[in-house]
Write a protein that binds this ligand. Structure first.
Ligand SMILES: [Mg+2]
Length: 262
């Protein structure tokens, strides 16, 4: 259930937005700005999302930053606002600034070698068709498969990857429609920490996300900003506020725009 304080938190945040010269809108992509699709390469944004974010950007008072588990090149085929955006991809392994500057975090050679072994195991297990090789990790996606098949696949992958996941510097990441073996850091919480480090401590900042990997971001943001769970159904979360996509999310973005345009 939505806490009664949520409405007050939203109102308070909008008031602060109106008074601030600088603010930051951090947003996840899949499940937050775009509905889940069985075909991952068809996950285009909800109608209305791109224009409202473009208007917020054009106002010049809010930095809009997308923080996604997808590699940046993959995101760019789906989400192309006319203004260039700052994006953190692959859970923070990749960073592209609005001016196009791109950086990728290097992985320790030992960690890369273990990831290569984990990939070999996947191929041998016949799971390669479900796998996605990303900077710093390998994801298995089972979106769209029958439940019984998912259970079988999940058990198999967990067993096969258990030893790799125990290696220092790696972790097994659960997300709602798959499993990912990846570097323990950076995660979305590390990205939020990096952004906060360079930000005026009074600038309003909010993070919008849907998945278990977004909880790291909610945790790091803590009381410093507004954390928003964007999801059709409520679940246990560290986020302060829950909004249902796409309508409630778009309405809140419109209110954001009004606050900074006033
Ligand atoms: Mg998501």
């Amino acid at each position: 259930m939505q806490a009664p304080s949520a409405k007050a938190a939203l109102t308070d945040f909008r008031d602060r937005l109106g008074a601030a010269t600088e603010s930051v809108l951090l947003v996840d992509y899949d499940g937050t700005l775009a509905p889940f699709q069985t075909e991952r390469d068809q996950a285009y944004p909800y109608p209305g999302v791109v224009p409202i974010l473009e208007s917020i950007l054009q106002c010049g008072r809010t930095r809009v930053i997308v923080i996604t588990g997808r590699p940046i090149r993959e995101l760019q085929t789906l989400f192309r606002p006319s203004n260039s955006l700052e994006v953190w991809g692959a859970h923070g392994m990749e960073h592209k600034l609005a001016d196009g500057t791109y950086q990728q975090t290097a992985i320790a050679p030992g960690t890369a070698a273990i990831l290569a072994q984990a990939e070999k195991w996947l191929i041998a297990a016949g799971l390669a068709s479900l796998a996605e090789i990303k900077p710093g990790g390998i994801a298995i996606h089972w979106r769209g498969l029958p439940d019984v098949e998912i259970e079988r696949m999940q058990a198999r992958a967990r067993e096969g990857w258990a030893a790799f996941a125990e290696e220092p510097g790696l972790k097994l990441l659960n997300f709602e429609t798959g499993l990912e073996l990846r570097v323990a850091h950076p995660d979305k919480g590390d990205v939020v920490a990096a952004i906060l480090e360079d930000l005026d401590p009074h600038a309003p900042i909010a993070f919008f996300g849907d998945d278990l990997t977004d909880e790291d971001a909610f945790r790091v943001l803590g009381d410093r900003g507004l954390s928003v769970l964007v999801r059709p159904e409520y679940r246990e979360t560290r986020a302060k506020v829950w909004l249902k996509p796409p309508h409630e999310l778009i309405v809140f973005f419109e209110q954001w725009l009004n606050s900074i345009s006033a």
